[in-house]
Design a protein around this ligand. Structure first.
Ligand code: GAR
Length: 203
């Protein structure tokens, strides 16, 4: 079976990127990361990619007249590398129509909360401040809203009385590193079917 060609967009430290790369390398998922793109010049995600011999590209949004032009450039890089699935991994920008039209139903994201609770920034802090007993993470298809697309997989973790934002984030992150490769595996195996808001998993 040929390997699914994955492009990753990341803005920060790239620990989810690393989990995806490792799972691919270990043969746990029939995929390969073929390009990593960041909107942030010094993103550690780019360093990780370069270290793995994966093309690591910085595109500065400020160098483009607007979001559409920036997204056209991002899409062109992804297309150049014949990307079949775009994974957002700590990509701190709202993906718009240009990228979504270029990759219909082929953009997925991981969010550090049980959506639809606590979308947007600081999902872990929002959960702690709200006082929920459980939080977790969600892998979902991306649509034009903020963390509103159809949900692929979720993992639950307890929120402890002693938790700080950091300890809760660490507990969730451990699950993120397991869940994201699992979702990519399902996609690569052609087992995901979107029906309205629901994602059905075949077999
Ligand atoms: C992760 O916790 C991810 O879920 C979150 O950013 C972190 C990136 O960490 N994403 C969002 O909050 C998106 N709304 P990483 O760079 O180490 O993968």
């Amino acid at each position: 079976m040929s390997l699914l060609r994955v492009g990753v967009l990341a803005s920060g430290r790239g620990s989810n990127l690393q989990a995806i790369i490792d799972a691919c390398r270990e043969g746990k998922i029939p995929a390969q990361v073929v390009v990593v793109l960041s909107d942030k010049e010094g993103a550690f995600a780019l360093t990780r990619a370069a270290k793995e011999g994966i093309p690591a590209i910085h595109l500065n949004p400020q160098s483009f007249p607007g979001k559409e032009e920036y997204e056209r450039a991002v899409s062109a890089v992804l297309k150049d590398h014949r990307v079949e699935l775009v994974c957002l991994a700590g990509y701190m920008r709202l993906v718009g129509k240009t990228i979504l039209d270029a990759f219909p139903n082929r953009v997925i994201n991981i969010h550090p909360a049980l959506l639809p609770a606590f979308p947007g920034l600081h999902g872990q802090r929002q959960a702690l401040e709200y006082g929920v007993r459980f939080s977790g993470c969600t892998v979902h298809f991306v649509d034009e809203g903020c963390d509103t697309g159809p949900i692929i997989l979720q993992a639950v973790v307890p929120v402890l009385d002693t938790d700080t934002e950091e300890t809760l984030a660490a507990r969730i992150l451990e699950q993120e590193h397991r869940l994201y490769p699992e979702a990519i595996k399902l996609f690569a195996e052609g087992r995901l079917k979107i029906e309205g808001r629901r994602v059905l998993i075949k077999n």
